[in-house]
Design a protein around this ligand. Structure first.
Ligand SMILES: [Zn+2]
Length: 342
């Protein structure tokens, strides 16, 4: 089985975006705030949006199951206030849940949280619990920078975030550390802000001692871990300077990386540098990079090819990357699959 741990509903029917536009427009005139019930998307529309996109590509490329969360760039936690994010997260999570109900063999949900800059992350817990208990979601996406590129929140190691971590530990769900749209012109959303955030999240954890307080907390750092694997020597050296334990012990029982690196040399480096137990297969298709690589003739985000071709994995290790590690990190997914006899 091939499990893709990083997929977003980037192809939701246009009515979703239109509703969001009305919600944003109404921030200037709250009397025009749209009712969530005014958004009507039928099961047929959902089915079509998946069958002609993600599911089609999954079948072509050979992946079986995707952990599916709302479109990351659409989270835009910096827009409006907590109520804005709360309504928006509820709508987006429900759509992912409906997709998981329509295609139970191919999709299972991960939640977007209703974060808002300057608001206590504990405010996200009701939506988190609803997604885990009512929707059967197996993970969350946690935005370390709800301000959208201005970094106004404390680092992930700060007690500010602990209420979310306590819930994650209670339900044994990992968080993918995933920012959203950048509203800072210095940072391109998917080319700079995402990768900066991946690198930043890792360094925050390196300088802190978060996993002493939460030994079972699990973070998935997406996009191949940003700059982390490429600069592994720098991070090891910094940890040494800071009198931290070796990274294997300090961070690698809790931090994992995905394979959303869109070329073979990148996957070769990732699989050579980072222990296999810390690498989870993902493609983030249909996402930031949708084109075909002229040097290979294949889609950049067809990451299964790179994982299949890298010489730095044995067949057994490849199985861990494709399936075993995902089942270990997403324990609720494993339980769900076992209950289905898988
Ligand atoms: Zn993503």
């Amino acid at each position: 089985m091939i499990i893709d741990v990083h997929g977003h509903y980037t192809t939701a029917p246009a009515a979703l975006g239109a509703w969001r536009d009305l919600q944003i427009a109404a921030l200037k005139d709250p009397s025009k705030t749209p009712d969530p019930s005014s958004l009507k998307i039928s099961d047929d529309e959902l089915r079509e949006s998946i069958e002609t996109n993600q599911l089609k590509l999954m079948k072509q490329r050979g992946s079986d199951l995707t952990i599916f969360s709302p479109r990351a760039s659409f989270m835009a936690h910096h827009i409006g206030d907590f109520q804005t994010s709360s309504t928006w997260a509820a709508i987006c999570n429900e759509l992912c849940f409906r997709v998981s109900e329509l295609f139970p063999d191919h999709f299972i949900g991960a939640a977007m949280l209703p974060q808002s800059p300057g608001v206590d992350p504990a405010s996200c817990i009701p939506e988190l619990e609803r997604c885990v208990k009512d929707y059967g979601f197996v993970g969350i996406n946690l935005n370390p920078d709800p301000s959208g590129g201005h970094w106004t929140s404390p680092p992930l190691t700060d007690r500010h975030w602990y209420p979310v971590y306590e819930k994650m530990v209670e339900h044994d769900i990992p968080a993918m550390i995933h920012v959203s749209t950048s509203c800072n012109a210095c940072f391109h959303t998917t080319g700079a802000h995402y990768l900066n955030a991946d690198t930043t999240a890792f360094m925050q954890c390196l300088t802190g001692d978060l996993f002493k307080d939460f030994p079972t907390l699990k973070f998935l750092i997406p996009h191949g871990g940003g700059a982390v694997p490429y600069h592994w020597g720098r991070f090891r050296g910094l940890a040494q300077e800071l009198k931290k334990p070796l990274l294997d012990e300090h961070l690698l029982n809790n931090i994992f990386f995905d394979t959303c690196v869109y070329h073979q040399p990148g996957i070769d480096l990732l699989t050579r540098v980072i222990p296999v137990k810390n690498i989870l297969f993902a493609s983030e298709m249909i996402g930031a990079v949708r084109g075909i690589d002229p040097t290979t003739g294949h889609y950049y985000d067809d990451t299964r090819r790179y994982v299949a071709a890298t010489e730095f994995l044995t067949d057994e290790e490849r199985h861990l990357v494709f399936e075993g590690n995902a089942r270990r990190v997403f324990s609720r997914l494993d339980a769900h699959l076992k209950a289905k006899g898988l």
